[in-house]
Design a protein around this ligand. Sequence first.
Ligand code: ACM
Ligand code: ZN
Length: 763
Amino acid sequence: MKKLTKGFAVAAFNVIASMTFSQDANMGSIDMTDLSLIPLPSHTQISGQHFAVTPETRISIDPGHAEAKAIGAFLADKINAAAGFNLVVVDGSPSKTADQTISLTLSKAKKELGKEGYELEVKPNAATIRAPQPAGLFYGVQTLRQLLPPEIESTKPVSELKIPCVKISDRPRFPWRGMLLDCGRHFMTKDFVKRYIDLLAYHKMNRLHWHLTEDQGWRIEIKKYPKLTEVGAWRKYEDGTVYGGFYTQEDIKEVVAYAQSRYVTIVPEIEMPGHSVAALAAYPEYSCTGGPFEVETQWGVHKEVYCAGNDGTFLFLEDILTEVLALFPSEYIHIGGDECPKDRWKVCEKCQARIKHEGLQDEHELQSYFIRRIEKFLLSKNRRLIGWDEILEGGLAPAATVQSWRGVDGAIAAAKSGHNAIVSPTSHAYFDYDIGTTDLRKAYSFEPIPPELTEKERKHILGGECNMWTERAPQETIDSKVFPRLVAMAECLWSFPEHKDFANFHQRLQRHYQRLDALGVKYGAEARPVSILANFDPAAKKFTITLEAGEDDLLLYYSLNGSEPALISHLYQGPFALSDTVIVKARAFKAGNPYGEIAERRFVKHAALGKKIDLSKPYSHKYTGGGDFALTNGMRGTLNFRDGLWQAFEQDDLEAIVDLEKLTSVQRITTGFLQNSGSWIFFPTSVEYAVSDDGKAFQMLAILTHDVSPKQQDAIIKDFVFELPNVPARYVRVRAKNIGVCPAWHPGAGGKAWIFVDEIMIE
Ligand code: ACM
Ligand code: ZN
């Protein structure tokens, strides 16, 4: 990096490839770390001066240009709201930059900046944004917003509006920079969706992939089929609660117009042939069996799908799409296509007749037939089809674009066969995943172009998307999952890879948080702030506890008495040992403030600690809970079934015999189980306790049952406790009965069910 020199006259602008400013440079009065643009522009030059926006400043546009005028008004509104000014947009002279003017102009812009590129020059007396197209002017304004003080984003009064003098030339790497919002699983208000459009635009993202139909809810009014929303928008739980909501066509028009004014294209997703139970609850005649169905309350992949053998299904879907096309000007229309089980098609007369009549090989080709037929309809209306990567199975529709989510293989296959692709792999781009699984660094390392592609094939990668699925995320939790990861995604999709550097991005992000604060974004942590790791020594019956920080500048505090960790709790300074029943709670602190969630681990001391266990059926190698001592290691599991603390049995019952090594007076036996039915994990139907002196002849003590509904979808932990009057025993046997297979109502009906157990505690 070049050293920075003061003043234009001496050194003109200094070129900065990245935004790390050396503090020793003589920078005059401007603190250069204030320049924390995200996404990072292609080229930035900077001088030590600034331009002050005052009540006399004008915003000028090309005479009579309506779009430029709207963009100018957008900027004026921001400034006026924050500073109490009355800036107005005036027609300017494109050839001249007048004093005290912010000019937005389409004239004399470099064509190579493309549809969305721009140049921004800020001098001490004026600022100019030049772009070949209005979208570029809009992005220039977004950059200008980030050069102004953060207060510009709030209605907090700001006394001084100074813009550092810069010369920026900028354009995006990818034309498709998107985010999926799943309003099917959880409904989001119109205002919330508009707010996200604003947040996307602010980060120079330009696609909102609006997931509008799901098994659990149909969210878009279709005039020809009113039951889609009368019935399909509402799901009813067993306890009588009803959940739902939908957007009227007027709502949609309003949101689409709002998005257009922010250069965001809304790509609607109307799912087919799977994920369509809500639609089929309203119109069961378009299923294979004829129904009836209820709008789903269970998350997962459901077997009821549109019948591909019924021509009526296609007429129905084409009618729906006709109304959708009238509402959404997007060239691309998403039709889902993912996760469509073929169970019903395999036994449906109509579907089988279709397979025969069309000369198809199997149900995968039937899915391909389905998508091709819909694509033909869309093409006839001058629109293009996008589907998830499953649309590759059975043969890709001729002009389809593939959205690759199960890794990047779908994108590779699409690009190699001359199709366009959008890349949004679960590994980097699923922001419904917890921050421990996909942290900020991981999200930032996202590279949309798979290295397998040739120069020519790479052109088919339109860009990428981050996906916000909402099974476990109602509206009020969305910010904390999407941010700050979306900021990383924005840079991955806009900035060129030669400028990407996590440390540098991370530094800019710390400044950017002030802007997110001003925008009212309730962002979450960058990484799991603190993890509690434990090692159990069976011989010593001791735990060694290690706390791990997710970021550099954190201090970790912990408590051992169940209290919420605070700055008066123990400061973590290194691994420590435990040998008693204790709840360890740990929390990270950043600059003296609590940062992120509290981590919690429970340790129990009991008579079976470190004792050998004999299992009649082996535990699953996928969930070992830590191995042979998992059930007597004193460590309790958490609600996360992947936490490494649960030992699992697939379809088998659990039968465990604990050898206490000598005759022991037993007063209480407790076994902990997890239920997470959405992940096919159920409580045992019964838990039986028996004791023995010799390990052969057992005396039955109790058979415990429970009344927790298997339909409860939230993860729960339950201890099966039996108290007994000091019975002497050397061996304790625990038998837990597996429900066997997922029940008929369950999305995985007939699939192998799991038992998850964490500890057998004997006192
Ligand atoms: C998906 O996540 N089922 C596209
Ligand atoms: Zn059928």
